[in-house]
Design a protein around this ligand. Structure first.
Ligand SMILES: *Cc1c(COP(=O)(O)O)cnc(C)c1O
Length: 429
């Protein structure tokens, strides 16, 4: 494939945008090479600036669960735009999408809309602190909750001590309130709680981790966290920015039958426009301004175009819940196919999958947390990524990302992907 025009566009972009991109993973740093510039997309396919057609396994990192440029979403946005694009005043459509979201997701009474997943998680933590009157939070190494200060923390000197900033600009003062724990390790979480008795406001996690590849919660992990939270007066926050409206209509809470106290959303809930949201039972949500004292606001929050796109996609999902099964079945088919060709070529790998989230790690050991994900062979991943790209298949440009399967993918697309993987596998040993 020819990437001349993409390369030229990237060179221009680098002059005026740091690294040429508005979000770092797009720059291909983890796999080498230069990023592909998109011209347009439809259904399961991307068309780049050089006219190449690619099967898309990223789907804008999740939002395009029905495929790109879905008619219902596009039409809803066009019709709304004709009536004005922002007012900074209440509109009826905000209530409509809120009613629908509250009806689809278990265990929430009220929801507030923001502009990104980052904002949703940042606000959820502030609400948890305001509600409990405690400062510290527990997060898990390898879980991503957006780029706000409290989350950009890496493990400190010992697992039970507080973390240290992993980006300049995050203060020690912020870092001391974020405690790091190991995903899928309840014993570790219990130790962190004991060492910080009565100081922890919330535990925040991805109920299925998707930002270190796809890592499912081990059996009993979510239930165990629920119990620890109940015993210690700690709120449990499910960051469902990835899993919400994807793993089931009610997200991970529904799939695993575990209740969270606060849930955050992003990605699918905006149908491809910039939307995030956080939700909880009434007594918690009523602590928010203007009813309660916990401040949170946004000039463009509940923006009519964003709400129109979000409402359109949620209506599609709500009225055809079979979609969740359909994409999970496609993902299982892909899993089996990839497994067969990688095995027959003697490649060492681990595939993790939950619903329509899947990832391939080049390691023959189970991948259950950040350390086991980091131990996989990144050189193989780089070769795999570029090999698949040459075959016309676009997967995440980092081994620490999940692939998202959309309903527009056909079984022919999946077969083409599996056969591309078979070819690429021959180059991996
Ligand atoms: C993408 C993501 C976020 C951040 O959302 P943005 O819209 O990029 O700010 C937060 N949490 C999880 C689990 C995510 O996958």
């Amino acid at each position: 494939m020819n990437y001349q025009r993409s390369s030229a566009l990237f060179a221009e972009a680098e002059k005026v945008i740091p690294g040429g991109v508005n979000s770092p993973v797009r720059a291909f740093k983890a796999v080498g090479g230069t990023p592909i510039f998109v011209e347009k997309a439809k259904g399961a396919y991307l068309y780049d600036a050089d006219g190449n057609k690619l099967i898309d396994y990223i789907n804008s990192w999740g939002p395009m669960i029905l495929g790109h440029a879905h008619e219902a979403v596009v039409n809803a946005v066009i019709e709304k735009a004709k009536k004005g694009t922002s007012f900074g005043m209440p509109t009826e459509i905000e209530t409509k999408i809120a009613e629908l979201a509250v009806s689809m997701v278990p265990n929430i009474d009220k929801i507030r809309f923001v502009n990104s997943g980052t904002e949703a998680c940042m606000s959820a933590v502030r609400l948890a602190r305001g509600y409990t009157g405690k400062d510290k939070i527990i997060k898990f190494a390898g879980c991503y909750h957006g780029h706000s200060d409290s989350f950009l923390i890496q493990a400190g000197s010992g697992a039970v001590t507080f973390g240290s900033p992993n980006s300049p600009g995050v203060t020690q003062g912020t870092a001391k309130d974020t405690l790091l724990a190991t995903y899928n390790d309840l014993k570790n979480v219990a130790e962190v709680i004991t060492a910080n008795k009565d100081k922890i406001s919330c535990i925040i996690l991805e109920p299925v981790a998707g930002n270190m590849g796809c890592i499912p919660p081990s059996k009993g992990f979510l239930e165990g966290l629920r119990k620890l939270c109940d015993e210690n007066n700690i709120l449990l926050i499910f960051d469902e920015v990835m899993t919400g409206f994807r793993l089931a209509a009610g997200g991970a809470q529904e799939l695993f039958g575990v209740k969270a106290d606060i849930v955050t959303f992003g990605k699918v809930i905006g149908g491809g426009l910039p939307v995030g949201a956080f939700a909880a039972r009434e007594e918690i949500m009523n602590r928010l301004a203007p009813v309660g004292p916990v401040y949170q606001a946004g000039t463009l929050s509940g923006n009519p175009l964003a709400m129109a796109a979000g409402l359109a996609i949620l209506q599609e999902l709500d009225s055809n819940r079979e979609i969740f099964n359909s994409i999970a079945k496609k993902t299982e088919y892909l899993h089996k196919g990839l497994e067969a060709v990688l095995t027959s070529e003697g490649v060492k790998f681990t595939i993790n999958r939950v619903g329509s989230m899947i990832s391939v790690h080049f390691s023959d050991k189970p991948v259950t947390d950040f350390d086991s994900a980091a131990a996989a062979n990144n050189e193989s991943f780089k070769k795999f990524f570029h090999g698949m790209l040459k075959e016309g298949v676009y997967i995440a440009p980092s081994a620490f990302e999940t692939w998202f399967i959309c309903d527009a993918l056909s079984y022919d697309d999946l077969d083409a992907t599996i056969s591309a993987c078979g070819k690429v596998a021959k180059t991996l040993n």
